[in-house]
Design a protein around this ligand. Structure first.
Ligand code: 4HQ
Length: 222
């Protein structure tokens, strides 16, 4: 059964327009001082945030914006511990600065590119954080084995057939030698991380064995 049906998470989409007054329920306005485009008006956003806070849950209010802190697995882990996340998604050129200053706890960016609205960014946060809540993942081991949980990229993986259009699966994986397999996987994970994301290896303090394997990789690869 899905996480929402099991009561592990609850996701509600709040329409800011429902908190805007008047027949036209206007949520945008011109920027003071002039300039391009429109901004989100403050009051409807504040009322929408307050409507969720009234539910009495311990809440973290997050604005999705390119100016925010870059979203990473570590942030997903932190956020997964809150009872309620209130993810504020702007449209247009952004939100009135007073909302950010006085009603937002934390600003997050999912990456250095420009979206039309924060909704897709909010979905990224929801998906990354909710799968870390105990019971949400089908296989509890999976979150532990994820890339990043160890600070390394994933090792290469294969399934049947043993030979695909003449391309074989690495022999060691068919050998049944669990120690050899574990060592091979560790080495391939370290190799990929070193080749593709060397900055991960600087952040993570490597164990005795990892350092030995890494030196071997550096010596033998090119
Ligand atoms: N936005 N990470 C919302 C983003 C963005 C990002 C652009 C946020 C438009 C109105 N959000 N404004 N990158 O590009 O989170």
């Amino acid at each position: 059964m899905r996480a929402q049906e099991r009561g592990l998470i609850e996701i509600a989409a709040i329409n800011i327009r429902d908190f805007a007054p008047g027949k036209h329920r206007v949520v945008d306005d011109l920027p003071f001082g002039g300039g391009e485009g429109m901004l989100m008006k403050a009051e409807p956003i504040i009322r929408a945030i307050e409507s969720r806070k009234q539910l009495g849950k311990i809440s973290r209010v997050i604005l999705l914006t390119p100016q925010g802190k870059r979203f990473q697995q570590e942030i997903a882990r932190e956020l997964s511990g809150w009872e309620q996340l209130i993810l504020v998604c702007g449209r247009y050129e952004g939100v009135d600065e007073r909302v950010r200053e006085h009603f937002i706890d934390e600003e997050i960016s999912i990456g250095d590119y420009v979206l039309n609205g924060g909704e897709v960014a909010a979905l990224v946060v929801v998906e990354a954080a909710s799968r870390l809540i105990p019971g949400v993942l089908g296989n509890e081991a999976s979150a532990q084995n994820d890339s990043f949980s160890q600070g390394l990229l994933d090792y290469p993986q294969y399934t049947r057939p043993r030979e695909l259009r003449g391309i074989p699966v690495p022999e060691v994986l068919l050998s049944g030698h669990h120690q050899h397999i574990e060592l091979w996987r560790k080495k391939e994970a370290l190799r990929r991380t070193w080749e593709r994301r060397p900055e991960f290896l600087k952040q993570r303090e490597l164990g005795e064995e990892d350092r030995r394997i890494l030196e071997e990789i550096k010596r033998t690869d090119r």
